[in-house]
Structures are given as structure tokens and as C-alpha cells.
Design a protein around this ligand. Sequence first.
Ligand SMILES: [Zn+2]
Length: 344
Amino acid sequence: MKLIYSDDHRDHAGAKEMRYDEMIPMSESPERMDMIMEALVNAGHNDVVVPKSFSLEAVYKVHDPAFVSFLERAYPLWEAEFGPGGYATAYTFGMRGMAQAPNQSIHSMLSCYTFDVCVPIVEGTWKAIRSAVDVALTGVDIIQGGEKAVFSLCRPPGHHASGDLAGGYCYLNNAAIAAQAHLDGGARRVAILDIDYHHGNGSQHIFYEREDVFFASLHARPEDEYPFLMGYATEVGKGDGKGYNLNLPMPKGTDFSSYVLALQVALRRIEHYAPDVLVISLGVDTFVDDPVGGFELQSPDYSVIGQMIAQLSLPTHFIMEGGYAMEALGTNVANVISGYCQDG
Ligand SMILES: [Zn+2]
């Protein structure tokens, strides 16, 4: 399987995040990609492709251009006020009863376009965001060229970002941009299977009223876990999209014997939907030792996940999302890909 990777994510680094009542170094770090690439190459997956450069045209199909412009300008505006070396982060949020239109102040834009304190913007963030989109769109090209499967090693991740809102380490929604590009390239229907530990609230929101993208997510239930306000099983889509959104929330402590049943449900629904392309939002923060997660999957379980996905025999576009247990991260990701290739 071809891997699409660029080093251009590397300068998206150095900020801290608030985890409940403490400030800690960002769990979402450049070293994550080093661990993943090393494990993939060691497992024999060494067909690494450099991404092509794309315009923002495909991004604007999913994201508000004003939001995209904010992401590009945020750091320079912040630096103009505070000097170099820091990171832009919101002080307030545009909550209920507040105006939703930002003025030209960077603080107003951060309040309007971010929903938590986990999306710091450093000098290298925009370059990384653009690169992650190029990595995703290059994968679309490769699938359209006839490859059965491809892995876009996107960083930063994307599934928490909606059309005009960044949060949860996510700025632009790489999986949603890719899904839309697959449709624009000729696919009639696309399914997104999100197996990150956290609910893919951004992807759900983007496609919630559409029937041409089926979104299925396995995740920790909102009673237990971020983003706390979305991810319920009752969220099934709206309007034309009714019946095309599947949430399978599970309690903290879920192990693979329960998880695999939910995965079977999602795969059966995808099979019934019969998409032309399957996009996998691949998060491995479901691992037992993940510092951000709370499920109890073990490393060999990821091979089984890869095999089960392969059994659908669909053109499959893997897109990297979360996973933060540094020692096992690479192995877990490589196991999904090896499991897929073994059975595909
Ligand atoms: Zn996650």
C-alpha cells in the first residue's frame, strides 16, 4: 500500500494544552509521525509517496473560506500583538446568546472559529494544515488512479473540525475534504468509518444532512469523553441525511470483545450502503495504554480491525487521526495496515 507523507507538519509543535486543571505539552506531537513511519517501514510498508500541491478549491467545498482565511492569518496576527514564539489560542468562545460574526481582532476570530483550547496555532501550524490536506488529496488521486488502498499520513488530524470550527487538535477536516473530493472525482457514494476513540463530531456535522456520504463512528460515549456533547446513538442524520449517520458509543473500559461487535455493526451498514470508496478515519487512541483514551484494545487487535475492513473489498483510503501512546502507536497503526494488506 502506498503511504503519503510529508515532513511539512514538523513545525506545528511547541505549544501546550490544558488538560482539565493543568497545562501540559501537546500530546499531538511531530514525534507521533516518526513512530508511525518507523513502524510502517519496519513492517515492510515502504512505498512512500510525496504529496502533490493542491489549491484550496477542494477545501472550500467543505470549509467556510472565511474560516480557512482565519487559520492562515491567525499566527501573523497573534505575533503582531504579542511578538514571536508564542501560540494563538482563544480567550472566550462564541457560545449561546453571543454574536457569531467575528470582527478583525484575532481574539474575536479565535472566539468564533475554535471551540476548545486544544487547537493552538504556532508559526508552523498553517504549513502543516496545508500539507495535511495535500497528503489527503494525493490519496484521492491515487485511489482514482486505480489503486485499491492508500494511507494518507495526515498531521494535524481533522475529524473534530467542522465547516467553520476548529477543536481537538483538528483544524481542517482531512477525511471530509477527501470524501468530498472522491465524490467530485466520480464516486457516487462515499462512506467514512471513524475508528478514533473520540467521536468525529466535525465529520458528522459536515455530512449530517446528506445521503451521499454515510458516516459511521465507533467512540467513547459522550457521558465519559470528549467532545461530551455529541456522539449519541440517537444522532442518525437529518433531512436527506436521515439514516446516513451511525454512532456506536461505548463506555470507558470497553475491550475488544465488545468493540468488535460494534465494528461488525458498522461494517454491515457500510456494506449495505455500497459506497464506491471507503474513507477510514484511523485513530488508535483506543489502545489500552493511550494517555488520552480509555478503551482497552491491545496491539494484536488492530491487525484484526485491518482484516475486517479489508473484507469489505472496497477501495479504501486510510486517513490518520489520533493515537498518543508513543511506545505502541507505530505498532498499532502498522498492524491495521498489515492486517488490511494480509486480507485484502
Ligand atoms: Zn481521538
